[in-house]
Design a protein around this ligand. Structure first.
Ligand SMILES: [Zn+2]
Length: 284
């Protein structure tokens, strides 16, 4: 199969009351792990690339790997730009073959965020690429983007209504208490706010910074309208922890395949668990 737009996957998720996992990929092993996990679970899946992933692997490699992965499995796969920062970058990704983009204008004023997002929707929609935007400010650090606690703020439901109406985005990332990176304590999600937002916008909601959020909270968020759940940190942990174990156990090992192969397996297991938690297992 070729790459499919995220909006197609989220529409089906909306009808079925589940969420699609969006897993960040930075290298070949993680791309393969995401595809293998989705295939094993018979689940639709989203591969996403952040600024850091594009910088690290190169946009051509990321796109070629995702396309290859999609062509080798019998489940729908989307390739999504995570936290796109400019119109120019979004255009580069669309041209390279991404099937979905996020434009993150959350650092701008509401007015400027609306203007930027509208511009992206106008360019993406005619070529069949779906658009995710962000309103409110999600805290934490993801690659080059850092938002400290004082600057993070929750999404205002009324602003969300206006934002979605004005921009026509396909999906909305909201700030309701999650953060990027590792949590210090247990995150507390503002479910009342989520419910209110969803009642006013009626489009799929995206939860960022979902690694480390307890399973029950994820399930409740999905019940209230979250249809895309982003996971990056947990994959990094599973992958690198396994690398460390192998290197500690076999300090003389010099074959990268004997280190990265098991790490890939660890990522597959982690991603399969997440897919089952999100309820998308068997939905492809
Ligand atoms: Zn994010």
């Amino acid at each position: 199969m070729g790459l499919v737009p995220v909006s197609d996957l989220l529409k089906a998720a909306d009808a079925g009351g589940y969420a699609v996992g969006a897993f960040n990929c930075n290298n070949m092993e993680i791309v393969q792990a995401i595809a293998a996990a989705a295939e094993a679970e018979r689940a639709p899946v989203i591969m996403q690339a952040s600024q850091g992933a594009i910088k690290y692997a190169g946009i051509e490699y990321i796109t070629a790997m995702a396309k290859t992965a999609a062509s080798l499995v019998n489940v729908p796969v989307a390739l999504h730009l995570d936290h796109g920062t400019s119109f120019e970058q979004v255009m580069q990704c669309i041209r390279a073959g991404f099937s979905s983009v996020m434009i993150d204008g959350s650092k701008h004023s509401l007015e400027d965020n609306i203007a930027l997002t509208k511009q992206v929707v106008a360019a993406a929609r005619p070529v069949g690429v779906s658009v995710e935007a962000e309103l409110g400010k999600i805290g934490g650090t993801e690659d080059d983007i850092h938002v400290n606690e004082a600057d993070a703020f929750f999404t205002d439901p009324e602003e969300a209504r206006v934002f979605v109406r004005e921009t026509g985005v396909d999906a909305l990332a909201v700030a309701i208490g999650t953060a990027h990176g590792r949590y210090k304590g247990e995150p507390k999600l503002d479910f009342a706010r989520l419910e209110k937002i969803r009642s006013l916008v009626n489009i799929p909601i995206v939860l960022h910074g979902s690694s480390g959020v307890p399973g029950d909270a994820i399930r409740e968020a999905i019940r209230l309208g979250v249809r895309k759940v982003n996971i990056d940190t947990n994959i990094r942990e599973a992958f690198v922890d396994r690398c460390r174990e192998i290197i500690a156990a076999y300090p003389d090992e010099i074959d990268p395949r004997k280190i990265l192969g098991p790490a890939r397996e660890a990522a597959v297991e982690l991603i399969r668990e997440k897919i089952r938690l999100f309820g998308s297992s068997g939905k492809a």
